[in-house]
Design a protein around this ligand. Structure first.
Ligand code: MN
Length: 284
């Protein structure tokens, strides 16, 4: 067994997106700061409504998946196909944009705390133009397991493989075989997880900081790990909360233009034409 150590820290930077939502972007702030197949990770966390209330009015996506995981707050999702979903505290939305959706993501609160993540995961070339699809996962559909080592784990995608336990999360069967865990480590607790040796893996602490081997990963930074078939994480001092992400790399060319992520410049130009002449919505 080989336990993964730290390869690289991707520090998050303040960013603004949508109609002025304040967030922190780690993966995806520049094209080379990605972890194939992960394109982007945004953390939003504020108790000030000025930071989030304007939301994300109608905008398109093509060629990848967006995963929104809501820790606190309430957002309404609506798209041009008539799909509509409420994303509430503890819930997640797994959206396959495929060949195209035009949607809005709007806060349904004018005060209080809004906190969560949006992760972009690339699709393989052969799936980029498939029909759009959604999986809306309510908080109660996400299994939560307390392990003997003290970790409390929520399994959003893939399967917990830890301390002899195997627990499946609601998202299974995605080509990139993603693992998405939300882990709470009380002070002194540790967490170990088996991962595929081929998978890209990163850890993002959002409360407290964690240690992997001899390396500390501070709050708000993404720690990208080297290859190996196991991950071991401990809280440094106080308790910590982090998300652990893993997926199979695609090793394909990535050409991104804002919310379009394709394999070639020609495909991006096609997406822009489809969007501007209105057929983007019609074909989806
Ligand atoms: Mn969006």
């Amino acid at each position: 067994m080989s336990t993964r150590t730290l390869k690289q820290i991707i520090r998050s930077v303040p960013a603004s997106d949508g109609a002025g939502v304040q967030l922190r972007r780690s993966l995806g702030q520049t094209p080379h700061l990605r972890v194939d197949p992960f394109l982007m990770l945004d953390e939003f966390s504020s108790e000030n409504p000025d930071d989030y209330v304007a939301g994300f009015p109608a905008h398109p996506h093509r060629g990848f998946e967006t995963v929104t995981y809501m820790l606190d707050g309430h957002m309404l999702h609506e798209d041009h196909l008539g799909n509509r979903g409420h994303l509430k505290s503890g819930g997640a939305q797994w959206m396959t944009a495929g060949r195209g959706i035009i949607h809005s993501e709007m806060p349904q609160q004018e005060s209080g705390r809004m906190r969560g993540f949006q992760l972009w995961i690339n699709l393989p070339a052969k799936e980029k133009m498939k029909a759009a699809g959604y999986r809306d996962i309510q908080a109660e559909e996400i299994p939560q397991v307390t392990l003997p080592g003290g970790a409390v784990v929520k399994i959003i995608a893939g399967s917990l493989e830890s301390e002899g336990r195997h627990v499946d999360g609601p998202i299974q069967g995605v080509t990139t075989a993603p693992l998405f865990l939300d882990v709470h480590l009380p002070a002194g607790a540790h967490f170990a997880q088996a991962v595929g040796v081929e998978h890209s893996v990163f850890v993002y602490p959002y409360e407290g900081s964690v240690r992997v081997g001899d390396s500390e990963i501070p709050r708000g930074d993404a720690g990208v790990l080297v290859s190996g078939d196991a991950v071991e994480i401990v809280a440094t001092g106080e308790e910590a909360r982090f998300i652990l992400l893993a997926a199979l790399p695609l090793r394909e060319p990535v050409v991104q233009y804002g919310p379009f992520v394709m394999n070639s410049r020609e495909e991006i130009e096609q997406a822009l034409r489809d969007y501007s002449d209105g057929t983007f919505a019609a074909v989806a």
